[in-house]
Ligand binder design. Sequence first.
Ligand code: DX5
Ligand code: ZN
Length: 217
Amino acid sequence: MTIRITPSILNADFADLTGELARIPSADLVHVDVMDNHFVPNLTLGLPVVERIVAASALPVDAHLMIEDPDRWAPGYAEAGCASVTFHAEASVAPIRLAREIRAAGARAAVAVRPTTDITPYLDLLDELDMLLVMTVEPGFGGQRYLGAMAAKIAAARAAIDASGRDVWLQVDGGISRETIALAARAGADTFVAGSAVYGSPDPDAEVTALRELAAA
Ligand code: DX5
Ligand code: ZN
């Protein structure tokens, strides 16, 4: 299985994003958390800043939209050049239409589920999706504790993806560290967001490599 490490810049220095992006050359994509203070009680950045990150980053950009009304806003992130655009199941009114619009704009389309949201309805829609994101914390903040109870949800998604034969990535986000990444990998995840573990490290790129090795072990 191909392992992907997608560091989140949520805990990076927002005043020096160009410098921070250059610190993770070994990463597969860079994960950008868009929060609107409504879907989650935190506010980060929006489309104009993401456009600049796409231009400044040597890595493809993985946009995680923790926003209300993604049906209106998510296609713009695909048009801005993000490699993948993830919207939340709880916020989208028409997830199939939205996934098609994201793909039509040239990005991989992904659905995220909060810890208490059932992923089962989306496992029948793998033809429409390029990635599933199982949140392993309540979205909104970095530095929270990994929810081991998500293992069954990750495993159910893995089984459905394998049965589909499709190249759908299975991402986990929240509390991923050297201590927890193997748990998520064993449950079936192949794509790992790590925020505080990477940017809290004095050597973020070495942390990416260490996480990759632990996930593959
Ligand atoms: C939280 C965000 C995450 C966050 C993860 O809602 O979606 O991407 O940056 O941070 P850590 O890895 O510190 O849990
Ligand atoms: Zn995220």
